[in-house]
Ligand binder design. Sequence first.
Ligand SMILES: [Cu+2]
Length: 194
Amino acid sequence: MTAEPDSVSRRTFLRGTAVGTAAATGSAAAQEATTHTVDMTDGLVFDPDSIAIAPGDTVVWENVGTVGHSVTAYEDDIPDEAAYFASGGFDGESAARSGYPEGDIPGGESYEHTFEVEGTYEYFCIPHESAGMLGTVEVGTGGGTPAGDGGGRPVPQVPDSALSVVSAATMALLSVLGLVYVFLKYGGDYGLEE
Ligand SMILES: [Cu+2]
């Protein structure tokens, strides 16, 4: 299957997923399967909450805190051909929801899943869904983040200081133009010809 990841129209936020789409230098066949780690923390987040991987890669979710979490796919927000996945081994989202706390991943434990089908996968933590504990896995041949990633860094914002530099430059330019205008208009009145 060469399904184009038609991800971007999804309702969920897909921050930072546009990173690194440029390079794709063929030979995807030579790519080795990589394992990526996503932490689950007492801050009730998946860290990183968005990760780009290659088909065949495995994601390991590690509970690095003490609060229990689940990794539960949104059944309607994974590729059609993809197998459903959830900690606890449920074969559907409603089963996972009603089965919880079966599927709970306590502190110090982990859950892993290998992604074969390209596309976008949205998942959540059952007890902390309302707290916004959500995540995205983007599977594409464009390649994943490098091994040992910790990817998903926030897209850099233009800092306010940069903006004020720009407006200061603009003001300076306008001042110069104003002076030029004054010189052009009144320059002849300086009586230089005398
Ligand atoms: Cu959680």
